[in-house]
Write a protein that binds this ligand. Sequence first.
Ligand code: GLN
Length: 483
Amino acid sequence: MHHMTLAEIARGLAEKKFSSEELTKTLLARIALLDPQLNSFISLTEDLALQQAKAADARRANGESGALLGAPIAHKDLFCTQGIRTSCGSKMLDNFKAPYDATVVAKLAAAGTVTLGKTNMDEFAMGSANESSYYGPVKNPWNLEHVPGGSSGGSAAAVAARLLPAATGTDTGGSIRQPAALTNLTGLKPTYGRVSRWGMIAYASSLDQGGPLARTAEDCAILLQGMAGFDPNDSTSIDEPVPDYSASLNGSLQGLRIGVPKEYFSAGLDPRIAELIHNSVKELEKLGAVIKEISLPNMQHAIPAYYVIAPAEASSNLSRFDGVRFGHRCENPKDLIDLYKRSRGEGFGPEVQRRIMVGAYALSAGYYDAYYLKAQKIRRLIKNDFMAAFKEVDIILGPTTPNPAWKLGAKNSDPVAAYLEDVYTITANLAGLPGLSMPAGFVDGLPVGVQLLAPYFQEGRLLNVAHQYQLNTDWHTRTPTGF
Ligand code: GLN
């Protein structure tokens, strides 16, 4: 049962081959058995899951249907879940029970999903390896000595290990696409404003976006359908109709113009990954796509710009965690300053503290123009590069990451080495564009992802291309040994 995709589960439930309650019990038992190896969950919500599964079965018995009705999922632990711990991977929020559900959580619950638990993540979504979590690192099911990617590493590891079919993630600079690539999943970061951020604990508000992690593009379409849509509670949510993502999966790729940026194939890219990317290009050519070399000339400025803007926004967003309004409070403070200092010093881990310091510095008087404003100008140049490229092509294709999953601890002493892994993903966040990563092969037994980027609100096009690719390749069906 645990090998089924969301689409297969929906068919099985509709045909009454099993109930949501049976499936939920099977998966909860599998999590209990296997997750100790992976550490992909921070909290399990067995009681809620069984209650939701029974309710979904009752709705089906009453004649209701729906692809998500009775489907087991999990939420990254930065989506607020009412009455359930929402830790954001931090000691700061270890005892925080959210008083309300995030819009994404509420929408998916209304569609009939079953929440098995809250998944592990980098602290406040800062990281690419899931090693900054207060709850310990997550292991990659493809090799337990390697990282699963981050920050949605718990969601990725759990889905890759067939503990559940799909999960939510968030992507500020790659945190859906990069762990998807490193664990052989399909992951989609929607257009900025497509999915509500209300009830998502903010890291960098102008970049954060929630989206699905699953094994197939078909399943990402199903989960995104339940997540997307306008939300008056989020002032950056965009009032655009949500298309039927499953309906467009089978469009022909004949004549589809795919742009491959020449800057993507520079010295930093593992040549074995470059070869797999070229193979995926050939595969899409066979399906009728036309390949064109393009240029994104400002790409080299993306990492420095991102690592000014994201920490700047984080330093502001995280100021609310002061031991008074929100978050961990230290014991016996001697005065107010001591309370702030020790509460924040004890509650935040080293990566979060580093980013708050960098961000506060970049925003301070005298440095604002030199760093923050300059980074915003670079952001505009990067967006302009994409706008020019999308006049010539329909999709941009390249690697999701320059390297496969690294060993746990390998980049701990050098945060910049980890930041460099984001080179292919952060530009989509800076420009607000949708992006998808899908399985493209293996290097040393570790999965590799190919990334597709599309113009604003063209999530359907990304899913269409990925689905057609997956009908003609079998990388996405490979299962890690032992799971
Ligand atoms: N690795 C990037 C960072 O650490 C992206 C994280 C994310 O997308 N949440 O900021």
